[in-house]
Design a protein around this ligand. Structure first.
Ligand code: SF4
Ligand code: SF4
Length: 280
């Protein structure tokens, strides 16, 4: 008798069509190489119905694998280093954006996501735990829906004395963060999402960007009982991300009840107390 929960935790998911399974394959920070894709396509043709589905966490699923073929399919995957997983009470596939190549990307998201994956992917926890690494404020909404997310931002410095009030920055700013008051340009830091779009348009270099830092989102979740995370009031540097992740996971492991999501832990204990326990 197959243990369906145990199989699901390994990325082998029973379909509602009896006798069939979906296999979930893990990408590497959102990428499969061409050889892997070729093997996956071969697998879908040989053992599935020829279709491959994409998921919101950058994994790839092949449905309609017959129960009697499972052993042979797992052997096929092992021989070709195709990684099956992404289920159960554990750190799920790391969600990232294409910040490494995207012109808006402020950091090498691919490198960070791979490091995160090497250290934490599939770590067993009381419940499922979703982590994302995102390269600019355009992904703010994605950060809000994860148990833990790091979102790269740049703080903007305005040199009011150099400003000639050409208003070019005002026109490009998507957040309407600039105003003019009695002949002086003002920047509202609360409104500024730190996207950096205003910097290159300034003709007199009155706008400068500070070092990239990361907003830290705790306790977001989507689904039936969604909770949008808000960022912690302090930011972190790139070299602090892995240590903070370790602390958050260790705390969650210590206080969460079985199957309790981090969002529920925060609601039960209180955001301030959770932040205090993790960051102090
Ligand atoms: S960094 Fe972006 S949001 Fe902030 S002031 Fe410049 S254009 Fe506006
Ligand atoms: S683009 Fe530069 S000079 Fe023009 S208003 Fe903005 S800060 Fe001032």
């Amino acid at each position: 008798m197959l243990d369906l929960n145990e199989l699901k935790a390994k990325g082998i998911i029973a379909q509602k069509q009896e006798g069939y399974f979906v296999l979930r394959f893990l990408s590497r920070a959102g990428y499969f190489d061409a050889n892997e894709m070729q093997h996956l396509a071969d697998l879908a043709h040989k053992y599935g119905n020829g279709k491959m589905g994409l998921t919101s966490r950058l994994t790839l699923e092949i449905p309609y694998i017959k129960e009697e073929s499972l052993e042979e399919v797992l052997k096929f995957c092992k021989e070709r280093n195709l990684r099956i997983g992404g289920g159960g009470p554990s750190v799920r596939a790391i969600l990232t954006c294409k910040g490494t190549v995207c012109k808006h990307g402020l950091v090498d998201t691919d490198k960070l996501a791979r490091e995160m994956e090497d250290r934490f992917l599939m770590r067993q926890l009381p419940g499922k735990f979703k982590i994302s690494i995102l390269g600019c404020p355009n992904s703010y909404g994605k950060a809000q829906g994860n148990d833990l997310a790091f979102l790269a931002v740049r703080k903007i410095q305005l040199d009011e004395a150099s400003c000639i009030l050409c208003q070019k920055c005002i026109r490009v700013c998507p957040d309407k963060a600039f105003t003019v008051d009695e002949g002086t340009l003002l920047l509202d830091e609360e409104k500024c999402s730190r996207c950096g779009k205003c910097i290159p348009v300034c003709p007199v270099e009155a706008l400068h960007q500070e070092e990239v830092e990361f907003l830290i989102f705790l306790g977001g979740r989507l689904g039936r009982r969604s909770r949008l995370a808000t960022p912690y009031h302090k930011t972190c540097k790139e070299d602090e991300i892995m240590d903070i992740t370790e602390k958050v996971l260790a705390y969650y492991e210590m206080v969460a009840n079985p199957k309790e999501r981090f969002a529920e832990v925060i609601e039960r204990i209180g955001q301030a107390e959770v932040e205090h326990a993790i960051f102090n």
